[in-house]
Write a protein of this length. Structure first.
Length: 218
């Protein structure tokens, strides 16, 4: 395992937020000898196992992960035992959940406007040590950015907030809706991108990762 602390790592496993092993302190070659039984949905795609470096004062660091797919399990119906290489984890690619949005075009004397109503989100990633997140929404359109309020300690936040933007002629760039986890001390964590649209839409949108990964200050 790569060095995470000056005095060694304190590794433990997260099994896709379903189970967690004990922490083995001050070692780069941990042994757990623990066994878990995980009940999976019939439609599951994969099981992710994360190795974490526990920190008493700050957020735990991700050392790496193993992703076990349905196809891999099918290849070993009697089970598998062996060494598996850890893969690097990109926090901006680790997204989950959905967001409920309503986007509409408004006609008025002052010109056309684009309104985005952020209703709620569900099953967001748990980014904080308390087992939840402090999510807020950032809405971007045509060079303008607006933000929702922060909902504390929730992975199922409700906002019901609307944001309006002037609609140029011809229409400008696509509307972009992002969900972030607010942090007081450290940088905000990206939770996912929900929609890129130019016209009227309403419904639940699955959060997606993004490739630009801009730095976000807390």
């Amino acid at each position: 395992m790569g060095d995470m602390d000056l005095e060694g790592s304190f590794p433990h496993f997260h099994i896709n937020l379903l189970s967690q092993t004990a922490t083995v302190w001050k070692t780069l070659s941990p042994f757990w000898g623990e066994e878990y039984e995980v009940h999976l949905q019939p439609t599951f795609h994969s099981v992710s196992i994360y190795v974490m470096d526990e920190d008493a004062l700050s957020r735990d660091d991700v050392i790496g992960k193993v992703c076990i797919t349905r196809a891999m399990l099918a290849e070993h119906p009697k089970g598998y035992s062996g060494w598996v290489s850890l893969s690097e984890v990109d926090p901006d690619e680790e997204v989950q959940g959905e967001i409920h949005l309503c986007v509409e075009l408004l006609e008025g004397e002052g010109g056309r406007r684009l309104r985005c109503t952020v209703l709620e989100a569900r099953d967001l990633a748990k980014k904080d040590r308390n087992g939840a997140s402090d999510p807020f929404v950032r809405v971007r359109y045509n060079g303008k950015t607006q933000e929702s309020t922060v909902v504390k300690k929730s992975c199922y936040p409700r906002w019901n907030e609307s944001f309006e933007f002037e609609l140029p002629e011809p229409a400008g760039e696509k509307l972009c809706v992002e969900v972030w986890d607010w942090d007081l001390v450290s940088k905000n964590d990206f939770l996912g991108k929900g929609l890129r649209a130019a016209g009227r839409q309403e419904g639940w949108f699955r959060l997606q990762p993004h490739s630009s990964k801009p730095r976000e200050d807390g």
